[in-house]
Write a protein that binds this ligand. Structure first.
Ligand SMILES: Nc1ncnc2c1ncn2[C@@H]1O[C@H](COP(=O)(O)OP(=O)(O)OP(=O)(O)O)[C@@H](O)[C@H]1O
Length: 428
């Protein structure tokens, strides 16, 4: 079989703008020393990584890779990978060609680099460079070595790991699909999406990070009116039990029908992730992803949910004539503070008197954590604009009035016609 060929995507404005030099100095030169062919594609504007994805699909249709795997080095951040994956999926759908197998190399050349740092945390030891590669990699600094970790795995012939993609359809009131959005890191509504939306709007006035604090303060006590349905995979919808630290049958749902689990709102937090337990290095929002790893090829997502009316303190405040917002704001800070303690929030249970939360106590669970194939988020008040916001890998979308967002992990629905040998993988 001929030596594998690599596509290299370079986003010159990602992160601090270091991608062109890094790729020239450390990636292209290394591939060349190894005698591997590289096609370099430089992004020329917003969403251009999607155009590059489409071009590679067209090329793959004419000249399929010998081993069926298209290898792509993503020289940018999470947004570059997101746009590229979106372009590939759109093009294969429009052209009616099979998706096939895509394997990505990540480089931490963006700002957040959530995908790369999930697999290669900054404080972890760098991936050892095998002796056969050491001479070609040469003498590099520890930072460069860390940044090359995913590429080293690819070049060393390691098996890449599956990169599950979630597809979200924004459905109009008449049932037609307005738009289908892929994400590979995080999908959210409620507080997380509203904070990103408000912080974007505050960017001109507050260019620094304080805009996130302002946006959080403006949304921490908002109740988001919606109904949710969780979609089972072959094992059904599973819920995390802090007392046994294991997945069990759903126990806090409002109803269940044909394996689908219904949760009525309002909600305050709703976030689904297939990839990363943490949104920032110390903010571990979905610890179950690493504490209870999925089986190979399992097409599920972990969903972290807060519903304020489950809180005895909020119910008490409402029964006394308040709206519960102030009681919830205090609770939300307490709970999300747990995410900064290595994801302890998923262990929290309510104290019967509505006081401080307990850890794996006898009371109701505070955070409802599920593992399932997907979900439907249906806003129940069209006048409540914020409950219509969906955030997919940092990009914001609006659910049409009277409509809903329907999300599922690619391959979990037979209509995807996905085989175990099609989709995305990543070296990590
Ligand atoms: N030549 C270009 N000019 C302007 N914008 C570009 C160009 N090429 C790509 N972009 C845009 O750059 C944006 C940022 O890229 P990316 O998300 O990879 O970097 P980042 O935001 O620094 O990192 P991260 O997403 O990891 O925080 C993308 O939204 C993309 O559309």
């Amino acid at each position: 079989m001929p030596a594998p060929r690599y596509h290299v995507i370079v986003n010159p404005i990602a992160g601090t703008g270091s991608a062109p030099k890094f790729i020239n100095d450390h990636v292209c030169s290394l591939l060349e020393r190894l005698g591997l062919a590289a096609d370099v594609h430089v992004t020329e504007g917003v969403k251009d990584a999607g155009r590059i994805g489409r071009d590679i699909v067209l090329e793959r249709r004419e000249t399929p890779p010998a081993d069926g795997v298209t290898r792509v080095i993503v020289g940018g951040g999470d947004g570059t990978a997101h746009e590229f994956i979106e372009g590939v999926l759109e093009a294969t759908r429009e052209l009616g060609v099979p998706l096939g197998r895509w394997a990505l190399v990540t480089l931490p050349l963006g700002t957040a680099n959530a995908l790369h740092s999930t697999h290669f945390p900054p404080d972890a030891a760098a991936t050892p460079i095998p002796p056969a590669l050491a001479a070609e990699v040469g003498d590099v600094s520890p930072e460069v070595h860390q940044a090359l970790s995913s590429l080293v795995l690819a070049l060393a012939g390691a098996e890449p790991r599956p990169l599950p993609i979630t597809l979200t359809s924004l459905v109009r009131a008449d049932g037609t699909v307005a738009e289908t959005i892929p994400d590979h890191i995080v999908l959210s509504t409620a507080l997380h999406a509203a904070i990103l939306s408000d912080s974007d709007a505050l960017r001109a006035e507050h260019p620094g990070l304080e805009r996130y604090k302002l946006a959080a303060a403006a949304n921490i006590s908002v109740f988001f009116p919606a109904d949710v349905e969780l979609v089972p995979d072959s094992r059904g919808v599973r819920q995390y039990d802090p007392r046994t630290r294991a997945w069990v049958a759903p126990y806090s749902a409002d109803s269940e029908q044909d394996g689908k689990v219904r949760l009525t709102g309002p909600f305050t937090y709703f976030l689904s992730t297939t990839t990363t337990p943490r949104l920032e290095p110390t903010f571990v929002i979905a610890p179950t992803l690493t504490a209870l790893p999925r089986d190979e090829g399992e097409r599920t997502t972990d969903i972290v949910i807060l519903r304020p009316l489950r809180d005895p303190a909020v119910r008490k405040a409402i029964s006394e004539g308040g709206d519960g917002g102030a009681a919830w704001a205090a609770r939300a800070k307490e709970v999300l503070g747990g995410a900064y303690q290595a994801g302890k929030h998923v262990q929290f249970t309510y104290a019967p008197d509505g006081g401080a939360v307990e850890v794996a106590g006898a009371g109701d669970v505070v955070v409802e954590t599920f593992r399932c194939a997907g979900f439907t988020w249906r806003p129940t008040d069209d006048a409540h604009a914020k409950s219509h916001i969906v955030c997919a890998d940092g990009s914001l979308y609006d659910i049409p009035a009277g409509g809903e967002a329907r999300a599922h992990v690619l391959g979990s629905d037979p209509a995807d016609q996905a085989s175990s040998d099609s989709g995305f993988w990543v070296w990590g």
